[in-house]
Design a protein around this ligand. Structure first.
Ligand code: SF4
Length: 297
């Protein structure tokens, strides 16, 4: 895993490595989706992004343009990113499979297995503070034991990565309650970024050789748009506290399921709720699905 704390704002080697993956994807014939695609959709964004959004696969408009999340769902994702406030160029957006499955079907397991190594490489190169799986299929690739509705906006540690799943933006477009949840949950990224910084520090400390001398303080990560958001929020919070006001009890910013046991207990309780919600949604869902990005739920 790359060292996030020493990662420069502009890393030509990371850009070159991502470009090499894009070139390899462009000619990839590893799975049958190569025969039906118009364009490959490798992903786009900052090579030093601290937030990485991951969907399942390209839709019709993505297949036509070669860019991820450019349809209605993509415009909603842009709106969510800008509400942070950040720009689309500050983050990285990718999918698990890089070619559109025909007829809006889900990708086959073998197609996911063939393609997902590209995503693994992109994650290793970008080394984001936070990965945001979008929708239940993307979440299922990272943490299949989780359910998307119950996990939306929550922060998880997984394999030394911080994940904050979100409902798919297309679900937010057609379900007002999901849209409201997304507009609220996107702001949990502040806490997720802080958790990502904490994980980087812990990883960096555990990688340091043992010595009798006191270990030096880990370097503070370089300010980038994501960490600037955290800093600005903390400044605002500090100004809002009156000097003589009694101190509030400490707040656990990362209040969430942390251990495997806690996750399991939380999931058991919420799975029944989510299954009931999904059953109700399936009964009432009558609209047509017109592109891949709209078929995730
Ligand atoms: S989906 Fe992935 S593995 Fe399949 S052809 Fe496209 S790039 Fe290659």
């Amino acid at each position: 895993m790359a060292d996030q704390q020493s990662k420069p704002k502009h890393d030509p080697s990371a850009s070159q490595q991502l470009a090499a993956i894009t070139a390899e994807v462009a000619t990839c014939q590893k799975c049958p989706l190569a025969r039906t695609r118009t364009n490959t959709v490798p992903g786009e964004g900052s090579s030093t992004a601290e937030i990485m959004f991951v969907g399942e696969g390209p839709g019709r408009e993505e297949d036509e343009s070669g860019r991820p999340f450019v349809g209605r769902a993509g415009r909603f994702l842009d709106e969510l990113i800008e509400s942070l406030p950040m720009r689309r160029e500050d983050v990285y957006i990718a999918n698990i499979v890089k070619c559109r499955p025909p007829n809006n079907r889900d990708p086959e397991r073998t197609e996911v297995d063939q393609c997902s190594n590209y995503l693994r490489q992109q994650i290793d190169i970008i080394d984001p503070l936070v990965i945001v799986p979008l929708g239940r299929h993307a979440l299922g690739w990272f943490m299949p034991e989780l359910r998307i509705t119950a996990s939306n906006g929550k922060i998880f540690r997984h394999n030394n990565r911080v994940l904050m799943p979100l409902l798919h933006p297309s679900s937010g477009l057609r379900n007002p309650e999901h849209g409201r949840m997304l507009r609220e949950s996107i702001h949990n990224l502040r806490d997720a970024i802080l958790e990502g910084i904490r994980v980087k520090r812990e990883t960096s400390q555990s990688a340091q050789p043992s010595t009798t001398a006191p270990a030096p303080e880990p370097a503070t990560p370089e300010l980038t748009p994501a960490t600037q958001i955290v800093e600005e929020a903390e400044k605002v919070a500090a100004i809002a506290i009156e000097p003589d006001a009694p101190a509030d009890p400490p707040v656990n910013l990362f209040e969430r399921p942390q251990t495997e046991e806690e996750i399991a207990a939380e999931l058991k309780r919420q799975r029944a709720i989510e299954e009931a919600e999904e059953a109700a949604e399936n009964e009432t869902e009558t609209f047509a699905v017109d592109d891949r990005q709209s078929s995730f739920f």
